[in-house]
Design a protein around this ligand. Structure first.
Ligand SMILES: [Fe+2]
Length: 345
């Protein structure tokens, strides 16, 4: 690939004249915006220890009352993007959120899509679009774009969850905003009850099947049982993974980011090929060692790491006799919609 002319090669008065007219020459920047062969992601392999961040999150609970925080969150920021930009990857935002007993995070709705992966504690709930979703460890709760949501806590211990949002993308598109609302009235129907059995869905005539998000809570007890059943049914299969989908359409649970649960068999090493989307790995149960672009992370329960796109990832179950369970979030739906998704061996 031959060298292109640099900005310094041009006469300064010529460049000034261009800039006065809001013009720039492409060729000095062409290789930066269209790098040869593969992108040069800013996303760096990054690890966040739950044990290290937990005391700081609890301290935030002492330092900042809910009225001053609205959402009490420590953002898991990728240094490759600059910490203040609050990105885990180009399209993903991660935050650890703390809700103390008796607290209430007021109702709002916003354009970015969110999910919560519950990390610890019992007794909290999220009301989404009038549906009260109990929060237990490992549960996934959707708060898709535009739906009212608020968090409450009737238990006795702190509750922590991992928020995953497509905020960086929606912000980049200049479409990010929120609206504050009143406390929601809880309606009787629950998607996680109506859609509790895989392959069996309510007959539309009796239900609100026209809801774009018919299921808002995916209980961990169901996802875990599905992984164990899949692993038993397919003993020769390497990647024992399930996807969180919309039970009416079979498509991704949300529009922009994809969510999955993976089981690593005891002692298993799993090599995931390089794919265009960036990924986030969060250990729900057990432990996993991750190798990403030559970096090694040892993930214990509740630890999180992220991998840039176009990078192979190796995950190893650190236990020889117990399975480990990993929650994965990635940018696959976005890449597929945009037509840029690819896998490389
Ligand atoms: Fe929110």
């Amino acid at each position: 690939m031959h060298e292109l002319g640099r900005l310094e090669d041009l006469p300064p008065d010529y460049v000034d004249e261009l800039r006065k007219l809001n013009l720039v020459p492409l060729w000095p920047s062409l290789r930066a915006v269209l790098p040869p062969g593969k992108p040069r992601p800013n996303t760096k392999p990054t690890f966040w220890s739950y044990q290290a961040l937990r005391p700081l999150l609890m301290r935030a609970g002492e330092l900042t009352p809910m009225q001053k925080a609205e959402r009490r969150v420590l953002v898991l920021a990728n240094p490759g993007h600059g910490l203040d930009n609050m990105k885990a990857s180009a399209a993903m935002y991660l935050g650890m959120q703390l809700l103390l007993p008796g607290e209430w995070a007021p109702s709002h709705r916003h354009t970015p899509n969110a999910v919560r992966m519950i990390v610890e504690g019992e007794g909290a709930y999220t009301t989404v679009d009038g549906e009260k979703c109990p929060m237990s460890r490992g549960d996934l709760i959707l708060t898709p774009s535009g739906l009212w949501h608020e968090h409450g806590h009737d238990g006795t211990e702190p509750v922590v969850w991992l928020d995953v949002l497509d905020l960086p993308l929606v912000y980049y598109m200049e479409t990010s905003y929120a609206i504050e609302g009143k406390r929601q009235d809880v309606k009787p129907e629950r998607g996680d009850v109506a859609y509790a059995r895989g392959g069996i869905v309510p007959t539309p005539v009796f239900t609100r099947a026209d809801k774009p998000y018919p299921m808002l809570r995916y209980p961990w007890v169901e996802a875990r049982a599905a992984l164990l059943a899949l692993g038993t049914d397919r003993p020769g299969q390497d990647c024992v993974q399930v996807s969180y989908v919309n039970p009416e359409t079979g498509g991704y649970a949300e529009n922009i980011l994809g969510f999955y649960a993976l089981m690593l068999r005891p002692g298993q090493t799993l090599r995931l090929p390089a794919r265009s989307p960036a990924s986030v790995f969060h250990v729900i149960e057990g432990g996993a060692a991750a190798e990403i672009d030559g970096q090694h992370f040892n993930l214990a329960e509740a630890d999180t790491c992220c991998a840039p796109g176009y990078t192979p990832v190796t995950l190893r179950n650190t236990s020889a006799d117990q399975p480990s369970f990993v929650f994965i979030a990635d940018e696959t739906p976005l890449h597929k919609k945009l037509g840029v998704f690819e896998t490389r061996e």
